[in-house]
Write a protein that binds this ligand. Structure first.
Ligand SMILES: [Zn+2]
Length: 459
């Protein structure tokens, strides 16, 4: 039985889907005006894994990840670039899909764009106006009156008083309270705009998700997720809008993913300490990046460093080494490893424990190999591959992964050196054999001698 930690209650609770057998999942996506960094990558890899795990557990998963294609940053960037907004956003939507593909992220069930749901946003804002929860501010924008929502702040475990202390009181912009947020922003001349009962303008950011989540998944959903930076104000505001307008609970479970840090600081565009997904995939195999993203618990911060990616690479190499040269078999071992893996995943997606079960499985495979039971080892190897598919790892041929990065000309040179070393060994010329092994190590290649022959892998 799956239990999930809920940000709203700060407790783990048993997952009980609204409709048996079906999961509705909404994740806040990107604002498309630049390339995604590996902090975004962690969030999307994690929810891709959640979707894979829920599907492998028998659920039909409806996974919606939205695209914000209208906002101040987009308008400013398009103006800077002197290009039409639609050209800018389409370019980065295409880039987002390339990044998804290079990270092995399965396409979400739906990817609604904000600009395609303006009528639904207007209906939602009108409902809030009719209920006296929204008002027209001094500057003409439509704002949400946070004093009309009894529990405002509760989601962030804050009181209004505490939130006020943190708010920038100087920026009122015609609002009744600095915490009030914009639902509909009047357009300045030359800005993109849509007609509305309150004049030509564009939606605020928070209302997008309330409208698109309801339009795509219904007013009450199972899981809503995103990065930890969205807890306040974005998710608090989504709750205030949706629950006040629809008179029902918005999401049963709220999941938030920890930051990716660089030298103990959050990776972000504003701090300019980010590595884009496209830069990282140039350097590391997709499975190494996924392993890195999933090796720590999702609520903890992780540190993006060469050391941590190399340790992910070493971990994956150990998993792959256990699969190398196993005889082909369709049989999948039915053992308690699978139950242990599911127990860990069912405990709030505890991927570090689930990974440790995979390493226990590796030890067992190696024991069976040593005991000359290749068929049993292969059947367990199939189980290892099956469980790993939830993480999107171990889906390659072992030699392809282990020899990745060795170019064809290098491979020819390496094979010639290995042949020379084998000849030296058969002539009992140990000194020469050792020299050749050292030459290969200098080339970044490790040799392993087995009865069946010599294996080559990248160090
Ligand atoms: Zn959102």
């Amino acid at each position: 039985m799956l239990s999930i930690y809920n940000t709203a209650t700060k407790k783990k609770t048993l997952f009980n889907p609204i409709t048996p057998g079906k999961v509705t999942l909404y994740v806040c996506g990107v604002t498309v005006y630049g390339h995604c960094h590996i902090g975004h990558g962690r969030v999307y890899i994690f929810f891709d894994m959640v979707r894979r795990y829920l599907e492998s557990s028998g659920y039909a998963v409806y996974y919606v990840r939205n695209i914000t294609d209208i906002d101040d940053k987009i308008i400013n960037r398009a103006a800077q670039n002197k290009e039409p907004i639609a050209a800018l956003t389409q370019r980065f939507i295409d880039a987002l899909h390339e990044d998804d593909h290079s990270l092995g992220i399965l396409p979400p069930t739906a990817e609604p764009k904000a600009t395609e749901f303006i009528p639904q946003m207007i209906v939602l804002i009108q409902r809030l106006m009719d209920k006296g929860i929204a008002y027209i501010a001094g500057n003409g924008d439509v704002c949400y009156d946070v004093h009309q929502f009894a529990d405002y702040g509760k989601f962030a475990h804050q009181t209004l008083e505490k939130l006020h202390r943190g708010a920038r009181i100087d920026i009122l912009e015609g609002k009744k309270d600095p915490l009030d947020f914009v639902l509909w922003k009047l357009a300045k001349p030359d800005e993109p705009n849509w007609d509305s009962p309150w004049g030509k303008g564009r939606p605020g950011w928070h209302i997008e998700c309330s409208a698109m989540s309801a339009a795509c998944l219904g007013k009450h959903i199972d899981i809503h997720g995103g990065g930890s930076d969205l807890i306040f104000p974005h998710h608090q505001n989504e709750i205030a809008q949706s629950e006040a307008a629809n008179d029902c609970r918005f999401a049963n479970n709220w999941m938030h993913i920890g930051y990716v840090q660089v030298n103990a600081e959050k990776m972000s565009k504003s701090l300019n300490n980010f590595s884009t997904i496209r830069d990282v995939v140039l350097e590391y195999d997709v499975e190494i990046i996924r392993y890195f993203a999933l090796a720590s618990h999702y609520r903890s911060p992780i540190n993006y460093s060469r050391e941590n990616l190399e340790s992910a690479q070493a971990g994956l190499a150990r998993l792959y080494l256990s699969l190398r040269d196993l005889p082909p078999t369709d049989h999948i071992s039915d053992t308690d490893f699978e139950k242990r893996f599911h127990d860990a995943m069912d405990d709030d997606f505890n991927t570090p424990i689930a990974l440790s079960v995979l390493f226990d499985l590796v030890r067992e495979i190696n024991t069976l190999r040593d005991a000359d039971k290749p068929q049993e080892a292969a059947a367990l190897g199939n189980l290892l591959k099956k469980l790993s598919s939830v993480f999107g790892i171990l889906q390659k041929e072992p030699t392809d992964f282990l020899q990745e990065g060795i170019t064809e000309p290098d491979m020819q040179k390496i094979e010639a050196l290995v042949a020379a070393r084998n000849e030296a060994r058969s002539n009992k010329d140990w000194k020469k054999a050792d020299q050749i092994r050292q030459t290969l190590m200098d080339l970044g290649v490790v040799l392993e001698d087995h009865i069946a022959g010599t294996h080559i892998r990248k160090a």
